[in-house]
Design a protein around this ligand. Structure first.
Ligand SMILES: [Fe+2]
Ligand SMILES: [Fe+2]
Length: 344
């Protein structure tokens, strides 16, 4: 691997059909499947500091152990110690860009098990592109903007209960959006900032909106993601995350801390309602629809942040000269990189 140039995932996404590439990163997802001839193939995702690249390793690929001196071919990867559990390991991959139904697809035809001490997996874990100290300061400012019992309760949850240390590094997903270290904080701050400004705008227009409750609901809305995901070292879904989901997990964490704090009953219900309704509709996992102004602004801010993130991600991955993105399954649309004077 070392003698040939290694590309980052961001660079690979801008390649064209038939281009070849090599990448080095930590495997964030790997599952073995059978093709129609009964041969094994793997769906994998490789992560480096720039992002995640999903692709396939087909049955005719070559597998190598490069953890010692030289390289040894592995003939039966499915039963090999090294490749049986690839998630969380640093691998080198050589592959080619192909096209499937008009979309780029990445096929890996050589797989190298790397020396895990020389190439530690945590080195390749993607981080939030935003400065951690700036995000932390913004989070503190939002907590401070909530005076009275709501602000005191937030201090209790994040700092007295010791949640902050884990919260600030947690991912917000394993794919789709903010699926990297610090993603939960980045997303939470963005949602709370938008919810605050929407709440203030409507309060200014004479609506009865409780701004601190909207901010608190936004800061707590995805609390359950702390139990839904784990870092090992790439983000992974936990069993609880899969079978219970972050809305129920978050509400239960919130309810137990609010009980311990003896939060006022009306405030408890108002903030709890934001947590359970934030996905906006039953099909997306909320048992009730947002029924208060505070819940409506948090749910709108959450959806907006998700869609804008998908737009940003899609346009960053577009080849030069293109203005319409590939179909984005998460957001169910193609995005447009609009520029003024573009023939308009
Ligand atoms: Fe959520
Ligand atoms: Fe969210």
């Amino acid at each position: 691997m070392e003698e040939q140039r290694i590309s980052r995932t961001g660079e690979i996404r801008r390649l064209s059909k038939d281009d070849r590439f090599k990448v080095l990163g930590v495997i964030s997802k790997a599952s073995v499947r059978k093709d129609k001839n009964g041969r094994n193939y793997w769906d994998i995702a490789v992560m480096d500091e720039e992002g995640i690249l999903e692709g396939k390793i087909w049955g005719n690929s070559k597998w190598w152990d490069k953890s010692g001196d030289g390289q040894i071919e592995i003939s039966d990867p499915a039963s090999s110690e090294l490749f049986r559990e690839m998630t969380g390991k640093t691998l080198g991959l050589a592959g080619q860009v192909t096209e499937f139904k008009g979309q780029a697809q990445y096929n890996f035809n050589s797989v190298y098990y790397m020396n895990q001490e020389k190439f530690p997996p945590h080195r390749f874990v993607q981080r939030s592109p935003y400065d951690a100290d700036t995000l932390e300061k913004e989070f503190m400012d939002l907590v401070e903007a909530c005076d009275g019992p709501v602000g005191d309760f937030l201090q209790f949850v994040f700092f007295e209960k010791g949640i902050w240390e884990k919260f600030k590094d947690w991912p917000a997903a394993v794919s789709h959006h903010h699926a990297y270290v610090g993603g939960l904080l980045e997303h939470t701050v963005a949602v709370a900032r938008t919810a605050r400004s929407l709440a203030e705008t409507y309060a200014h227009s004479g609506y009865e909106v409780n701004v601190p409750v909207a901010i608190a609901g936004a800061l707590l809305h995805d609390l359950g993601k702390m139990d839904s995901y784990r870092l090992s070292p790439a983000p992974e879904m936990t069993v609880a995350g899969t079978v219970i989901d972050h809305i129920v997990l978050g509400y239960s964490m919130y309810a137990s801390m609010a009980g311990e704090y003896t939060l006022d009953e009306r405030l408890f219900a108002a903030i709890g309602h934001i947590l359970v309704s934030h996905h906006g509709c039953r099909e997306f996992g909320s048992p009730v629809l947002p029924a208060t102004p505070e819940a409506m602004v948090v749910s709108a801010a959450d959806e907006l942040d998700f869609r804008l993130f998908c737009w940003k991600n899609a346009v960053e991955q577009m080849e030069d000269g293109k203005e319409i993105s590939d179909y984005n399954f998460s957001a169910q649309r193609r995005f447009w990189k609009w520029e003024q004077g573009n023939g308009a």
